[in-house]
Design a protein around this ligand. Structure first.
Ligand code: GTP
Ligand code: MG
Length: 155
């Protein structure tokens, strides 16, 4: 998702994120009808980061987070509360998004949109999106919705 958003590419082969990657992007956003230029600092955490000693370093000072699950794999949705717990502990003010990714995999879908929304309510996450890093569906919308929410909440 981050590569699709920042570099507009989708490498087909799986490369597990070791530790974390840090990316930056400058974007023009519209706030109160005015165009503003905003610098985004994005940490992409590997799936193993949560349970490590250094994990805490990445969670501190976070202003917003996308909690991403795979709509074809229920186990990934089940792990969301564990990530949430870390974020609430170290960054209580972070604006959270529940994101169901891979919505291009229509035949393999195991979590419906309404089940995703139910999880959003159950987990008390502020926002919900479904995306595809492969097709680009709702990628820009999700990141920029978060950027605008963060700015609005922190001014
Ligand atoms: N069809 C489809 N495949 C995707 C999509 N997003 C990611 N993938 C594939 O799913 C696999 C895992 O994607 P990653 O983005 O590396 O997953 P990750 O959550 O960063 O994994 P870790 O870094 O190990 O935590 C890769 O093979 C991707 O090509 C998507 O939207 N649609
Ligand atoms: Mg990764």
């Amino acid at each position: 998702m981050v590569l699709r958003y920042v570099e507009d590419r989708f490498p087909g082969d799986y490369m597990a994120t070791i530790g974390a990657n840090f990316l930056v992007k400058s974007v023009n956003l519209t706030l109160d009808g005015k165009d503003v230029r905003v610098g985004l600092q994005i940490w992409d955490l590997g799936g193993h980061t949560r349970s490590t000693q250094v994990g805490r370093v990445f969670f501190q000072g976070v202003t917003g987070a996308l909690l991403v699950y795979d709509i074809t794999r229920p186990d990934t949705l089940e792990k969301i509360p564990l990530w949430q717990e870390q974020l609430r502990k170290y960054s209580p003010i972070a604006t959270l998004y529940l994101v169901g990714n891979k919505n291009d995999l229509i035949d393999e879908r195991q979590i419906s949109t309404s089940e995703g929304q139910k999880a959003q309510t159950a987990y008390k996450v502020a926002h919900f999106f479904e995306t595809s890093a492969k097709t680009g569906d709702h990628i820009q919308e999700t990141f920029e919705h978060m950027a605008i929410s963060i700015i609005e909440l922190n001014r």
